[in-house]
Design a protein around this ligand. Sequence first.
Ligand code: UDP
Ligand code: MG
Length: 321
Amino acid sequence: MKPVFSVIVPIYNEIEVLPVLVERLTAVMDRTGKPWEAVLIDDGSKDGSSEMMREISAADNRYRSLFFARNFGHQIAVTAGMDYALGDAVIVIDADLQDPPETILELIAKWEEGYEVVYAVRSEREGETWFKKTSAALFYRLIYKITDVDIPLDTGDFRLLDRKVVDVMGRMREKHRFLRGMSSWIGFKQTGVSYHRAKRYAGTSKYPFKKMIRLAWNAITGFSYVPLQLATFLGFIVAALAILLIPIVVVLRIRGTELIGQATTLISTLFLGGVQLICLGIIGEYLGRIYDEVKARPLYVIREASGSKYDENGVLPTPKE
Ligand code: UDP
Ligand code: MG
């Protein structure tokens, strides 16, 4: 039977949390009283999560599993899940139980009221480092300020998306993805539900600093030109400074004051060099992203898929790539 709800769970080395996740998710989803499925995406795990996912799919055919050929990253894993999901409403949730599965029922209640995007807002975050909380808070505020879309503050990817939204997002094949931004960009009727973000159930964060920075850059470059405009802005400032300095230098020269040269010249050259390199680097960031788009490689590579039970022909629905 075609599922009404699809729950997408990206998995990267989550062997310790998988059994509890399945138990809690199954209990919650059964309470909806409607047919549902879960799409588990193995993002190149190396800790035996893949084997466990095979067992999960074999034991309960509502759990379908996809296996990536390597680690493609969280946002891409969720995208693959959205490509494969068959439900009328699609719920994205982390595997580590930081997003409590029980909150899904609240998201569904809003969806039944007619909202097409229901995002979960973190009212509190538990068990995360000071650094993670502060950097996340700063990041959301920066994004909010400089992007053209209103991305709600303190929301992660934990959300419910209506089939209409999923179909539109499926057509947005940009390589460097910031899904929360994309789902805000689309529009439709959106609302938030606040929840208490729990501690990671087991294991450690799979979002090291490097991946966080990459996601932040994707968010900024994907939704804003402000960094590119920085060059113009800095250019005006430096030019204004130069114009102010010219008469001063002329006057000093006429008065016969000795201008002390070397240190000033060195500092101003280095300063300008630094500014120019930063601006070039920013252009490079955008250029690299354009290059990735032009190459038009698929977003992900699937090694194997299991547990296709819903397609009328008994075939796993093909992804869009
Ligand atoms: N994840 C993934 N691929 C990655 C990194 C993370 O699929 O390259 C998954 C991970 O298994 C989890 C979710 O994305 O289900 C969120 O990751 P995590 O909990 O480590 O991030 P944090 O909550 O620390 O930001
Ligand atoms: Mg987590």
